[in-house]
Ligand binder design. Structure first.
Ligand code: HEC
Length: 107
């Protein structure tokens, strides 16, 4: 009986950790670095893209931007980035969006 309990607990742990992994589309920490490196060059106040921070949009708006809009106002800038990098940036912006648990401006 004891073994059965241990097995059930183990299964729950495995299940819970895969669920967390599955909900994380990209790597937010890497996304923050990539955002600063790739996006901030054009997206600070006064630059051509205008100021942009995670707080500029809601989580849903960020996901839609990355899925549908894909930077259509300036597709050339976008085409330089790999899908993986964009996924990480998307995750970072999503995690710190204006309606997220941890809104962040990213200085
Ligand atoms: C080469 C310059 C450049 C780079 C690099 C760049 N952008 Fe842009 N971005 C622009 C310009 C120009 C616009 C159009 C601004 C406008 O319409 O006033 C724009 C528009 C946007 C918009 C639309 C803002 C709105 O009106 O809702 C978003 C969001 C955005 N960029 C995100 C990003 C992200 C995320 C990255 C990095 C992965 C990035 N941009 C990299 C130049 C750039």
């Amino acid at each position: 009986m004891k073994l059965m309990k241990v097995l059930i607990v183990l299964m729950l742990v495995v299940f819970a950790s895969t669920a967390v992994l599955a909900s994380e589309g990209g790597n937010s920490r890497k996304g923050k670095y990539l955002y600063k490196k790739n996006c901030k060059t054009c997206h600070v106040a006064g630059a051509e893209g205008g100021e942009l921070t995670p707080l500029s949009k809601t989580q849903m708006q960020w996901d839609r931007f990355f899925e549908k809009n894909k930077h259509k106002k300036n597709p050339d800038a976008w085409s330089k980035f790999s899908d993986k990098d964009l996924q990480d940036v998307n995750q970072f912006l999503y995690d710190h969006a204006v309606d997220s648990d941890q809104p962040e401006t990213c200085g």
